[in-house]
Design a protein around this ligand. Sequence first.
Ligand code: ZN
Length: 159
Amino acid sequence: MPQCPNCGAYVSPHDKVCSYCGAPNPAYQPPADDVNLLLQQGMDAFQQHQYAVAVDRYRQALDRDPDIFDAYFYLAASLSALGREKEAIAAMKKAREIRPGNASVDYNLGVLYKNLGQAREARAYLESARMKAGTDPALEDRKRMTKTIERELKALPSL
Ligand SMILES: [Zn+2]
């Protein structure tokens, strides 16, 4: 299993840096051309709100190559936009396996569980997101993300 040489976390062969510590991935390889084409078609469809088409393209991309974070992340977002929250959660959890240090994934899982009325799971993922927001190297605005997470946490019904 590919590991970050700096911190030991899982790193996808298609990620340039570790999702926990941001160290460069020496084993990085870009996805194949046919997969890149499907990813592009998926993103085009997503941006045009054609979510069913996006789901189809991302699933095809993942059939060819299961290590692509963006494919799972936007597959989950597309499924959620179609009201298919449970499938969205399953896809987002796969994205989480690929980038375990990513705060946005845990945030999105928290919101998906909230939408399903599962406050306990929502809280667990939002708390995890708040922790990762302190270290996630992909975050451009740590403070803003932390605030967003805390607003969601406050809005959850207390158990
Ligand atoms: Zn690392």
